[in-house]
Design a protein around this ligand. Structure first.
Ligand code: DC
Length: 234
C-alpha cells in the first residue's frame, strides 16, 4: 500500500508578472492539488467596479459604492482542461480581466480594506481542506500564515515587463513595452505601500529570483521544494 502523503497548503507570493502563476499552476497539476489565482479575484472585483461606473474619471475608486455592492459580487472558478476560468456572478470573465484596463485599475481596488477582508475570507474557505496551491501577494502572510510551504518569487521589473509584454502581444493586446513597464512599476509601488496587508515576504518563505531561470528550471525547483517539505512531514 502506498502511504498517504500529507496534505498541505502551498502559498506562492511575489511581484506582478514574476511568473508565479505559471509555476503554481504546473505544480498544482503535477501533484493533483487545486490551484487558485487570488489576483484573478481582485481583477474580477475591479471589472465589476469598472462596469458599474465605480472608477471615477480621475482613476479613483468610488469606495462607498463598491463596498456597498460587495455582497452582490460573487466570484467563482470553473476548471476547463486544468485551466482556471474566473466567473463573475456566473459569467466567464477570464479573458476580460487580463486586459490592460483592468490591470491599470486593480491596485487601488485591492487596497480597499473591505475588499481585502471579503476576498481573504473566501480564500481561507477555499483552503479549508488543504491540497491547494494559491498565488498572490499576501497568501503566506495574511491568508494562510500557517501554510506548510511558502515561496516568495521575484525578478527585476524589466524582466517582468518584458515577459508580460510578450504575453499580451501574443494574445493580440495592443500595447508598448514602455506602457507595460510603467504599469508593472506602478503596481509594485501601490502593492508594497498600501496600508492593508501590503506585498511583503513572509519571514519563513523560501526566496526564488527567477530572472535568469527557464520555465522548466523554475518548475523543477518548485517541485523539488515540495518534495523536500513533504518528506520532512511524512
Ligand atoms: O497577480 P495579478 O497581477 O493578477 O494581481 C492583480 C492585482 O491584485 C495586483 O495589482 C495586486 C492585487 N493582489 C493583491 O493585492 N493580493 C493578492 N493576494 C493577489 C493580488
Amino acid at each position: 500500500m502506498t502511504p498517504q502523503l500529507p496534505s498541505i497548503i502551498i502559498a506562492i507570493d511575489g511581484y506582478s508578472s514574476s511568473g508565479k502563476s505559471s509555476m503554481a499552476k504546473v505544480l498544482a497539476r503535477r501533484i493533483g492539488y487545486r490551484y487558485i489565482d487570488s489576483g484573478a479575484m481582485y481583477r474580477a472585483v475591479t471589472l465589476y467596479a469598472m462596469r458599474n461606473g465605480m472608477i471615477l474619471a480621475d482613476g479613483k475608486v468610488d469606495e462607498p459604492a463598491l463596498v456597498a455592492a460587495l455582497p452582490q459580487i460573487n466570484i467563482d472558478f470553473n476548471v476547463d482542461n486544468f485551466n482556471q476560468r474566473t466567473l463573475l456572478n456566473g459569467e466567464d470573465v477570464e479573458d476580460e480581466i487580463r486586459q490592460l484596463g483592468v490591470s491599470s485599475n486593480v491596485s487601488p481596488v485591492a487596497a480597499i480594506p473591505a475588499v481585502r477582508h471579503a476576498l481573504v475570507a473566501m480564500q481561507q474557505k477555499m483552503g479549508e481542506s488543504k491540497e491547494i496551491v494559491m498565488d498572490g501577494r499576501d497568501i503566506g502572510t495574511t491568508v494562510f500564515p500557517d501554510a506548510e510551504m511558502k515561496v516568495f518569487v521575484n525578478a527585476s521589473a524589466e524582466t517582468r515587463a518584458r515577459r508580460r509584454y510578450i504575453e499580451l502581444t501574443e494574445k493580440g493586446v495592443e500595447t508598448t513595452y514602455e506602457a507595460v513597464l510603467e504599469n508593472v512599476v506602478g503596481r509594485d509601488y501601490i502593492d508594497e505601500n498600501r496600508a492593508e496587508s501590503p506585498l511583503r515576504r513572509a519571514d519563513d518563505a523560501v526566496d526564488l529570483d527567477n530572472s535568469n531561470m527557464t520555465i522548466e528550471e523554475q518548475n523543477e525547483w518548485l517541485y523539488n521544494l515540495y518534495n523536500s517539505i513533504i518528506n520532512k512531514l511524512a
